[in-house]
Design a protein around this ligand. Structure first.
Ligand code: AFP
Length: 326
């Protein structure tokens, strides 16, 4: 896009959204989320690293930062006047904000993904998935926008409204200005991020990782979904997987809060995201805290994982495992 007299660093988030003819309420919503991130950054750098004394629906101990980041985002969304329903990974139920769905959006978010990494000073992030109207239990392909904010050595925001993937950096004035737009990833890459315990990998996944290692692919795994996905996007290559494991057929990552938004972004960048058999974005979630195995990144590498799982693990087995029948 030509912008006479402007360098890209002078293009702020709101202007970029306007240039892409994004609907005004959605511009306001994404801008409010970006604004909330400034307070989350502050809480990370100054907040208490301790536990909050509460646990979430998964029975995971909530860190004070989880609860704080969740509260910051919920308050912003609550007062935005453009949200119908919202759902946080840290909460048990969907939070209704407005009964009137017209012209409004529903938001699923992970306020501080990887929060357990903060006390070892590794990068963490906020992940957001946005649907039009009231319904959050839709296939991810229905999302109208997805974004994440990465709190690393630099604070960056990556978003898509279905018109490419674009990266912004927070400048000295704490504004997000354009760093790069229309990010794409190659069909095959030289990086892999293998999640989960390898001794619990199933035959198809074991064969997949062996193929990658025979190809000399480099291992890059931080333990944070946001920095690991950000690396694939910005290096333009790689595959992240947190697969179904023996005894854990659903894997670990949550469909609504982590997988749908990241799958939307990666597909927009020309990559793919699968549960090992079909696209993540085609999953019809049955409940808000649903988990799924995930293989996400370069298209050819995702296809290779699917092929090996198909060959070595019959659909019956995988389905049975997912339904916990084995
Ligand atoms: P937390 O948010 O509980 O720290 O988990 C982070 C995460 O969901 C995701 O960000 C990582 O990719 C994944 O867990 C790492 O899981 P392992 O620690 O089992 O590798």
């Amino acid at each position: 896009m030509s912008r006479p007299g402007k360098t890209k660093f002078q293009i702020d988030l709101r202007r970029h959204l306007r240039e892409h003819y994004v609907e005004e309420n959605l511009i306001h919503l994404i801008s409010e989320i970006a604004e909330a991130s400034k307070y989350i950054i502050h809480s990370i750098s100054t907040g208490d690293l301790g536990v909050a004394g509460t646990s979430n629906l998964y029975g995971e101990q909530q860190l004070a930062l989880d609860v704080l980041a969740d509260r910051i985002l919920r308050k912003r969304l609550d007062h935005s006047r453009v949200v119908a329903n919202m759902m946080s990974e840290e909460m048990d139920e969907i939070i209704p904000v407005s009964p009137d769905c017209g012209g409004k959006y529903s938001v699923a978010f992970d306020p501080l993904d990887g929060s357990s990494l903060v006390d070892v000073n590794l990068a963490v992030g906020t992940i957001v998935s946005i649907f039009q109207g009231c319904d959050l239990l839709q296939p991810g392909r229905k999302q109208v926008a997805a974004l994440y904010i990465l709190y690393g050595p630099r604070t960056t925001l990556v978003y898509s409204v279905g018109k490419g993937v674009h990266e912004f950096g927070m400048n000295m004035l704490r504004e997000y200005t354009l760093l790069q737009e229309n990010i794409t990833i190659k069909p095959q890459g030289d990086l892999y991020s293998p999640g989960g315990q390898r001794n619990l990998y199933t035959p198809g996944v074991e064969a997949f990782i062996s193929k990658l290692e025979q190809r000399g692919v480099k291992l890059r795994y931080s333990g944070g979904f946001v920095p690991d996905i950000n690396q694939i996007l910005l290096k333009g290559e790689g595959i992240f997987f947190y697969p179904h494991l023996q005894g854990k057929p659903e894997g670990k990552l949550r469909v609504l809060f982590e997988l749908n938004p990241m799958a939307f972004l990666i597909e927009q960048a020309g990559g793919a995201a699968s549960d090992g058999r079909k696209p993540i974005l085609d999953l019809q979630p049955q409940q808000i805290h649903e988990r799924s195995p995930v293989f996400i990144g370069c298209k050819k590498d995702v296809a290779l994982a699917e092929e090996l799982i198909r060959q070595l693990e019959s659909d019956k087995d995988v389905t049975a495992k997912k339904k916990g029948k084995t």
